[in-house]
Design a protein around this ligand. Structure first.
Ligand code: SF4
Ligand code: SF4
Length: 93
């Protein structure tokens, strides 16, 4: 059996998925676990403080998110939520 010489003319379509990451800023303790565990630097600890005077996590690079859920699972305060959205626009809403 000879290997086929046929090759695709176009690359197969890649389905781009988008994720919205939301931080409950009042619930967040600013422990930095999510920023340490996010493999894509989506999150960082911001300069602002919440009502408990704690710096909270902010979503710095939302389009980098691949929806791995690590941040959501690691957060001890249950202050971070990841959900898949249909379009890039919804990432920011
Ligand atoms: S879901 Fe994964 S990639 Fe997205 S912010 Fe959380 S840890 Fe980072
Ligand atoms: S892991 Fe949770 S509590 Fe800690 S900084 Fe991230 S969102 Fe805030």
């Amino acid at each position: 059996m000879f290997p086929s010489a046929r090759r695709p003319i176009l690359a197969p379509p890649q389905v781009k998925k988008y994720y919205r990451v939301t931080v409950d800023t009042e619930q967040c303790d600013g422990c930095s676990l999510c920023t340490a565990f996010c493999p894509l630097d989506v999150l960082e600890i911001g300069a602002e403080t919440n009502r408990r005077m704690l710096h909270f996590a902010v979503v710095a690079n939302p389009l980098n998110c691949l929806g791995c859920d690590q941040c959501q699972r690691i957060c001890p305060a249950a202050a971070i939520f990841v959900s898949e959205v249909a379009t890039e626009l919804e990432v920011w809403s």
